[in-house]
Ligand binder design. Structure first.
Ligand SMILES: Nc1ncnc2c1ncn2[C@@H]1O[C@H](COP(=O)(O)OP(=O)(O)OP(=O)(O)O)[C@@H](O)[C@H]1O
Ligand SMILES: O=C(O)CCCC[C@@H]1SC[C@@H]2NC(=O)N[C@@H]21
Length: 302
């Protein structure tokens, strides 16, 4: 007698992703994958959750976004992914705390690259179908860019958001690691979208997208950028991460409004990403340049 599909563990739906990391768990449902991962990484069984452990679900019921917002995801149509990193340098010493600021950008770059591959493949499929039908060539593939610090946008619409959270730091100690949470809108329809500024992979490509393939793509990119960053001692410039993030970042060259964490705002043009990951903005009123480490950035479209 064959086993009914519903009795298979959820991991069975993610063979490529499970092969890409040290430990992989897929949950049928959870409140927040970041909360799940933080609890496991700091609980009694913490030693069983090594560097590059991943928890995923397609049914996250209380997703948390940046700046205290909620992350909304209709059941079965998006992925909530949390990756545990316990970064150590090649000599075995822990990564210094001041390199941790690069992780949100590193994860954003990894997701941008993974989404780009899906969008380009969808575009090539459409182009091939158009050619067979004898139609005129189709338009260029839509741009997939990183919105500083870590949203992924397709043609300016948000398809993924990232929330990185540090594990508790022991008094006077070095960080024990962090959890990088990523929400990815996979197959939402128009009517499922939580905001007018969001989109999904299926809406953009017009094709069915394999959650396992896109997740494995993201985990592969994340692992590659992470390993290069650690091999360079946590130096984003030497590892090429600074250049990669700058190349993927659609915020550069844009007119932006930055709502600063302490109140107040900055109106200007985003001109560069600093070597420590901050965004440098040239103010419109004074032409003065200010670098911001955090804040809510809006791309202004005139
Ligand atoms: N599944 C989702 N997809 C996209 N955004 C979502 C989703 N769930 C919740 N949101 C939230 O919706 C809000 C809108 O996101 P978005 O970044 O597009 O707009 P914004 O921050 O208001 O403006 P802007 O992008 O122009 O700066 C954010 O708080 C985002 O976290
Ligand atoms: O854009 C944002 O505001 C960040 C959204 C982060 C959502 C992800 S989904 C997986 C992980 N678990 C959470 O509760 N949040 C993050």
């Amino acid at each position: 007698m064959s086993i009914p599909a519903s009795s298979l563990p959820p991991e069975a739906a993610f063979p490529q992703s499970a092969a890409a990391v040290a430990r992989f768990a897929a949950l049928a449902e959870t409140g927040s994958t970041n909360d799940e991962m933080i609890a496991r990484a700091t609980g009694e069984q913490a030693a069983e959750w090594p560097d590059l452990s991943v928890i995923v679900t397609d049914n996250q019921t209380r997703g948390r976004g940046r700046l205290g917002r909620s992350w909304l995801a209709p059941t079965g149509k998006s992925l909530a992914i949390s990756a545990l990193l316990r970064p150590t340098l090649p000599d075995g010493s822990p990564l210094p705390a001041d390199s941790y600021g690069w992780f949100p950008l590193l994860a954003g770059a990894a997701m941008t690259r993974a989404v780009r591959r899906v969008v380009v493949a969808g575009h090539e499929k459409k182009a091939a179908e158009a050619a067979i039908a004898g139609e005129e060539s189709v338009a260029d593939a839509p741009p997939v860019t990183l919105k500083w610090p870590n949203d992924v946008q397709i043609s300016g619409y948000k398809v993924s958001g990232i929330l990185s959270e540090m594990l508790p730091i022991p008094a006077g100690g070095v960080p024990a690691g962090l959890v990088i949470g990523a929400g990815l809108n996979v197959s939402l329809d128009e009517h499922d979208l939580p905001t007018i500024s969001s989109t999904s992979l299926t809406l953009v490509t017009g094709s069915k997208v394999s959650p396992d393939a896109v997740l494995a793509g993201y985990l592969g990119e994340l692992t590659a950028l992470y390993r290069a960053f650690l091999a360079a001692g946590g130096d984003a410039v030497a590892s090429g991460l600074h250049a990669e993030v700058s190349a993927l970042c659609g915020t550069l060259g844009q007119a932006v409004r930055v709502e600063l964490p302490g109140g107040g705002e900055l109106l200007g043009t985003a001109v560069a990403i600093e070597e420590d990951g901050r965004l440098r903005v040239r103010e419109h009123s004074s032409a003065e340049e200010t670098s911001v480490a955090a804040g809510d950035v809006t791309h202004l479209r005139y």
